[in-house]
Design a protein around this ligand. Structure first.
Ligand code: ARG
Length: 472
């Protein structure tokens, strides 16, 4: 057995080295260190420490001069890291220990007082919550920008009619703007999800210590106020081991990506020669290294692809958390890369999505042409019969037979004469074919949530108003 040498621990630079006889193996150091990614939390960590110093002053652990000294030094460290003049080192494990080490290096023993009553367990959770609250707001801002782009395109193309699909088979005519507004609604719900995620991050864990609370009488309420939290955690053990707020954020991100992926999928399909509903800008398409004629929708494909990555992060955090006994466990350090990459991915995706759709050309003629073929107004014809007293199931059958007849004789419903129609039902009169134009079809969907032009215009107007009040 190795003999313990008194004072040997001083050779180690670790803040926790007191009870150790040997320094941490280099391999273990590089395995456990997280500073290369958690450096991203340096601002939150320093702002937190500044507020914490004030709380220690109130609790009489620091005197005024000491508190000032700590805050001034922290300010310089903040500036130094922001300007790239101070580099953090792997040797000090994580961002928290690095900053504490820099503080002690600058002001000596006074710096050693800052960690009184605090643990990295409540510290790291506080940092991450501050970070995610801010990111939730930023992401919502980017969602609003994408929604605005959607409203612009919907407004510019307000009259364009296209085939609406179910089972990817032509179903009924709809306005392109109605289709786009469907995505607007999904994004509205996404913003609500991020607001909820922000709410669940809005609880201050600081003051929970390592797990049991702390011996120092910290004024947690004013600490929360200073750091912009509206609540404090109610149970110290829950506080240091809770990552629900991170899961809520990544889960909101996963649903957002699911929506954007569906949209991307349509853009990919619509830009094919088979559909020809849109032409992507050269600026947002790529070529093939072998086939000279190719123009590929790689941006949309990558957006679809990156959805898998964000789903993966959600699954990663859920799995990290599933077997953990109370309270803090080092496993939880694995939350950060998942969270950070989620934030980077969704922000990049939202930004490029907006640029891509803004530069896309809508091929309205092709959309309109496609809406003419495939008996899309058959349901309207059935409703015409319903209006004339025919029970819907009966009307459905009559029009079904008419469609079969048209298919056999290779013609469209609107070219049927009254005489031909009458062979299928007596209820048809001279005005029946009026119901068959795509224009009438959409106009007749005149109820809340329907695709009638006046309804869609209202929806766009309401959406604009909603976005401006949201921004104000
Ligand atoms: N870097 C750690 C994390 O991200 C925080 C430190 C807590 N470590 C500890 N040994 N108690 O979770």
């Amino acid at each position: 057995m190795a003999k313990r040498v008194v004072g040997n621990s001083r050779k180690s630079k670790k803040a926790w080295s007191g009870r150790f006889s040997h320094p941490l193996a280099k391999s273990a150091e590089s395995f456990t260190s997280s500073v290369h990614y958690d450096v991203r939390l340096y601002k939150q960590d320093i702002v937190q420490s500044m507020a914490y110093a004030q709380t220690l002053l109130k609790a009489r652990i620091l005197n005024v001069a000491e508190c000032k000294k700590i805050i001034n030094a922290l300010q310089l460290i903040l500036k130094g890291i922001a300007e790239g003049k101070i580099k953090l080192s792997r040797e000090y494990e994580d961002v928290h220990m690095n900053i504490e080490h820099l503080l002690i290096e600058k002001i000596g023993d006074v710096g050693k007082k800052l960690h009184s009553g605090r643990s990295r367990n409540d510290q790291v959770s506080t940092d991450l919550r501050m970070y995610l609250k801010n990111e939730a707001t930023e992401v919502s801002g980017l969602i609003v920008k994408l929604q605005e782009a959607l409203l612009d395109i919907a407004e510019e193309n307000i009259k364009v009619i296209m085939p609406g699909y179910t089972h990817l088979q032509r179903a009924q005519p709809v306005l392109l703007s109605h289709h786009l507004m469907a995505f607007y609604e999904m994004l509205e719900r996404d913003k609500e999800r991020f607001a909820k995620a922000s709410e669940s991050a809005d609880v201050l864990p600081l003051g929970s210590g390592a797990l049991a609370g702390t011996n120092i009488k910290l004024d947690r309420d004013s600490l929360a106020y200073e750091l912009g939290f509206s609540k404090i955690s109610k149970n110290s053990m829950d506080a240091v081991s809770d990552r629900d707020f991170a899961i809520d954020f990544v889960s909101a991100a996963a649903v957002l990506m699911m929506h954007l992926s569906r949209f991307a999928e349509e853009i990919i399909i619509w830009s094919t020669r088979e559909f020809g509903f849109l032409t992507l800008s050269d600026k947002f398409s790529t070529g093939s290294s072998i086939m000279p004629q190719k123009k590929n929708p790689d941006i949309a494909e990558l957006i679809r692809g990156k959805t898998g990555r964000v789903y993966g992060h959600l699954m990663a955090i859920l799995t990290v958390m599933k077997g953990l006994p109370l309270a803090y466990n080092r496993d939880m350090q694995e939350d950060k890369e998942a969270v950070f990459d989620t934030v980077d991915t969704i922000k990049a995706v939202l930004d490029i999505f907006e640029q891509m759709i803004k530069s896309t050309k809508i091929e309205s003629e092709q959309m309109e042409k496609s809406a003419q073929k495939g008996f899309l107004t058959a349901t309207d014809l059935a409703y015409y019969l319903v209006g004339r007293g025919v029970p819907f199931r009966e009307a459905h059958k009559v029009v079904g037979e008419l469609v079969a007849y048209c298919e056999e004789s290779n013609m469209e419903l609107e070219y049927l004469s009254l005489k031909q129609l009458k062979q299928f039902s007596d209820a048809f009169t001279y005005d029946a074919t009026r119901y068959l134009s795509t224009k009438n079809s959409v106009a007749n969907k005149d109820l809340p949530g329907g695709t009638a032009p006046n309804r869609v215009k209202d929806a766009i107007k309401r959406a604009r108003k909603n976005l401006t009040t949201h921004k104000a």
